[in-house]
Design a protein around this ligand. Structure first.
Ligand code: SF4
Ligand code: SF4
Length: 437
């Protein structure tokens, strides 16, 4: 009988972690649906980027207010979760505050005191975040793509964090044994009077209740991540590691097309000759991307990592001038379609069954794609190294090369280049006429 809470705890822990692990497998499977991309180069720079951008939050703090609050929540939340280690060991072994039996009381008090201060700071920061979203209504949180689930998701995360921090402090405040130490109860000593007049038995029930709700809440939150933009707290690390290292203005060429053009420009080229050694002779089955499987796996990882913060959209000149394009929506659409494809695979015994839908058209329209100026402002603004532009370009490539569906101005320009060797509609012989004007 006395082991029932421990067994119950082990079951809850096993289910919570097991369900999360299953979803992580699904996540990896979905990301692997993307095309190969070699990102094994320049490892030292990649580690440096991850340390600076994901761990050091270097791009977050470019906007000082939200950046500072984010750092508080991020650091606080991670450090406070060290306490979860103690909760897990206590839960499995049936001990109470095992840290006190392995650490000197002063060290233990210092640790818990730090956690309490951080919990308080996290709580305050989260309240400010909530006010910014719901009272001040900062524009980027109220764009058209931020309705229904994305809007609620942002708030649910804040509520989760408020509740978890409160439970942690209430747990400490009602733990008579901990309060009697008078060490580490930096914040909780001010909450304890709220429970004055209650019997020891009642306080014990409240303390146990807060303890259980705290750990169950953490496990629920862990599993919520998969369904939420909050997944970025894990994926920001691989995403910044695998982020683009080339200069932002450098676009990728299709080697097969480059070779073709070179051959066309070489009057001595033999069109039937075997490709030169080392040259890429594989013509891709499809040029560009019309669905998520045509994108590479880093782009799919980008989609899952998007925090929906809207910094990209708030700096996008197309969006700012009233065009339909929002780089955040490009990422959200890519993730939503990828999830849809993943569910399709799950429902069809591991095989994707054509559902008559695709990313292009059903999620992202031609109008959005052609509104992009390719300025890279979204890439520069993203705090977790996401590259919405690369997806836009792949989809445009599909429109131009597979469907000849470029806007008429572009088609005219390309015809002019083909016929006149320049984008203007003049004969090559007339090129220097301007000097006679
Ligand atoms: S690259 Fe395109 S999507 Fe990104 S900010 Fe510029 S115009 Fe907007
Ligand atoms: S792409 Fe980056 S900047 Fe844009 S919403 Fe997602 S995380 Fe924020």
């Amino acid at each position: 009988m006395e082991y029932i809470p421990n067994i119950l705890f082990a079951i809850v822990l096993f289910l919570g972690v097991g369900f999360f692990a299953k979803n992580v497998q699904k996540l990896i499977r979905n990301i692997k649906l993307g095309q190969d991309k070699d990102v094994s180069d320049n490892k030292s720079q990649r580690w440096k980027n991850m340390a600076m951008i994901a761990l050091g939050q270097s791009k977050m703090v470019r906007r000082p207010i939200s950046g500072f609050l984010h750092v508080v929540v991020y650091v606080g939340f991670i450090i406070i979760n060290i306490e979860v280690l103690e909760i897990i060991i206590d839960g499995l072994l049936g001990t109470h505050r095992i840290g006190l039996s392995v650490l000197p009381q002063s060290v233990y008090g210092f640790l818990i005191g730090t956690f309490e201060v951080l919990a308080c700071l996290v709580f305050i920061s989260v309240i400010i975040f909530w006010i910014r979203r719901n009272v001040i209504k900062i524009a980027r949180f109220w764009k058209s793509e931020m309705t229904s689930w994305p809007k609620n998701d942002g708030n649910y995360i804040l509520y989760f964090e408020m509740v978890l921090m409160t439970l942690f402090l209430v747990m400490n405040a009602t733990d008579l044994q901990f309060q009697a130490l008078n060490s580490g109860n930096v914040i909780s000593q001010f909450i304890t009077p709220w429970f004055s007049g209650m019997s020891e038995g009642t306080l014990h029930v409240i303390e146990r209740g807060a303890w259980w709700l705290h750990i169950v809440g953490i496990l629920v939150f862990l599993n919520y991540l998969y369904y939420s933009k909050h997944l970025h707290i894990l994926l920001a690390f691989p995403n910044t590691y695998y982020g683009k290292l080339q200069p932002k203005g450098q676009f990728n060429n299709l080697e097969a097309v480059t070779n073709e053009v070179k051959m066309m420009m070489d009057p001595n080229a033999d069109p039937f000759a075997a490709p030169a050694e080392g040259a890429e002779d594989d013509v891709p089955a499809k040029f560009g991307a019309s669905d998520v499987q045509d994108l590479n796996w880093v782009q799919l990882l980008n989609a899952y990592t998007c925090t929906e913060c809207g910094r990209c959209t708030s700096e996008c000149p197309a969006n700012l001038t009233g065009k339909k394009l929002s780089p955040r929506k490009i990422m959200m659409d890519t993730r939503d379609r990828l999830e849809e494809v993943g569910k399709n695979i799950d429902a069809n015994n591991g095989e994707f069954k054509d559902d008559g839908k695709q990313l292009l058209g059903d999620y992202i329209t031609n109008e959005e794609l052609w509104a992009c100026t390719t300025c890279n402002a979204c890439v520069e603004a993203c705090p977790v190294s996401i590259d919405p532009l690369s997806i836009i370009l792949e989809m445009r490539r599909y429109l131009v090369m597979e469907q000849s569906a470029a806007p008429v101005e572009l088609n005219n320009m390309m015809t002019n280049i083909e016929n006149n060797g320049a984008p203007w509609p003049y004969n090559q012989m007339d090129r220097l006429n301007w000097k006679d004007e």
